[in-house]
Design a protein around this ligand. Structure first.
Ligand code: 48F
Length: 262
């Protein structure tokens, strides 16, 4: 029996990995914006994987605010709560409340169920940059990176990459630093996140969610960091609208043949 269990796990994982070495979209970071983006891309029939360095997906959702495990969603994003079957309470005419654990677990469940592949414990350490286009990611086990072990990585080729790494905008920062590229931002670089201003932060999160270099999209707090917008704390509508917007931009670009492949 022991041999059967081990063989099933090894075969299952390697099949999953082999099937995802060449994909339509690689999403880096499994927070709210990355997960909802994965859900809509998978629903549209695209081959999408999410790479998350932590053991669990959900990013900043679980902790709510200061570990009060509640989130606030504004009415503009309320329809997602119904689509993801998340129970909620109306707070006033503009805001709804939900349980953060239910929001995180529902986004994880629905993205996998729609056909996205979720890889945890994998750290994206670099990008593939060829002929002025980001065309893949470079991955390693998160514990290898944490322990600074000298171990070479593997590569995933992808038509598009989404930087959904949250506050550090890690993928964009790495591409900028190592590739010497110019981003679609006012300075051509990373503008840097600004302090708290919830209303404007929510609005600009969505506006700044875009393709910032051929093949490289930014969502959620990574979009705010790259384009220099404000933080907003435990209101999550902007994150969900951001991931949804990026999914639609990628679907349109693939339909129009603008994503010329890995
Ligand atoms: O930070 P995070 O939840 O991203 P988000 O979608 O949402 C932000 C909100 O949670 C919250 C907020 C709401 O108002 O402000 O902060 O922008 O999730 C980002 C995920 O990316 C992972 C990280 O572990 C986290 O789960 N991540 C970051 N860098 C890497 C990574 C990397 N290099 N490789 C793999 N995963």
């Amino acid at each position: 029996m022991e041999k059967t269990i081990s063989t099933a796990i090894v075969k299952g994982f390697y099949e999953k990995l082999l099937n995802n070495l060449e994909i339509d979209t690689a999403i880096v970071g499994g927070g709210p914006s990355g997960l909802i983006c994965a859900y809509y891309l998978a629903k549209a029939g695209l081959k999408v994987s999410v790479f998350e360095s932590k053991l669990s997906f959900g990013g900043g959702i679980w902790g709510g605010a200061m570990m009060f495990n509640e989130v606030v969603i504004q009415k503009e994003a309320f329809h997602f709560l119904d689509e993801f079957k998340i129970r909620h309470r109306k707070y006033d005419d503009n805001f709804y409340q939900a349980d953060s654990v239910e929001l995180a677990s529902s986004l994880v469940y629905h993205s996998v169920n729609a056909g996205a592949t979720l890889f945890n414990n994998i750290y994206v350490e670099d990008v593939i940059l060829k002929e002025n286009r980001i065309s893949g990611i470079v991955i390693n086990w998160a514990p290898v990176m944490e322990r600074k072990m000298h171990v070479d990585p593997l590569m995933i080729t992808s038509k598009n990459i989404v930087d959904a790494t949250g506050h550090p905008s890690f993928v964009s920062a790495t591409a900028l630093k190592k590739g010497g590229i110019t981003l679609n931002t006012p300075s051509g670089g990373i503008e840097g996140e600004k302090p708290m201003w919830a209303e404007l932060g929510e609005k600009l999160t969505v506006e700044h969610s875009k393709e910032i270099f051929p093949g490289l999209y930014v969502s959620g707090m990574a979009a705010n960091g790259v384009s220099g917008s404000f933080r907003m704390g435990p209101i999550f509508g902007g994150m969900l609208l951001s991931g949804y917007k990026i999914a639609n931009l990628i679907i349109d670009s693939i339909k129009q043949g603008k994503s010329d492949g890995a």
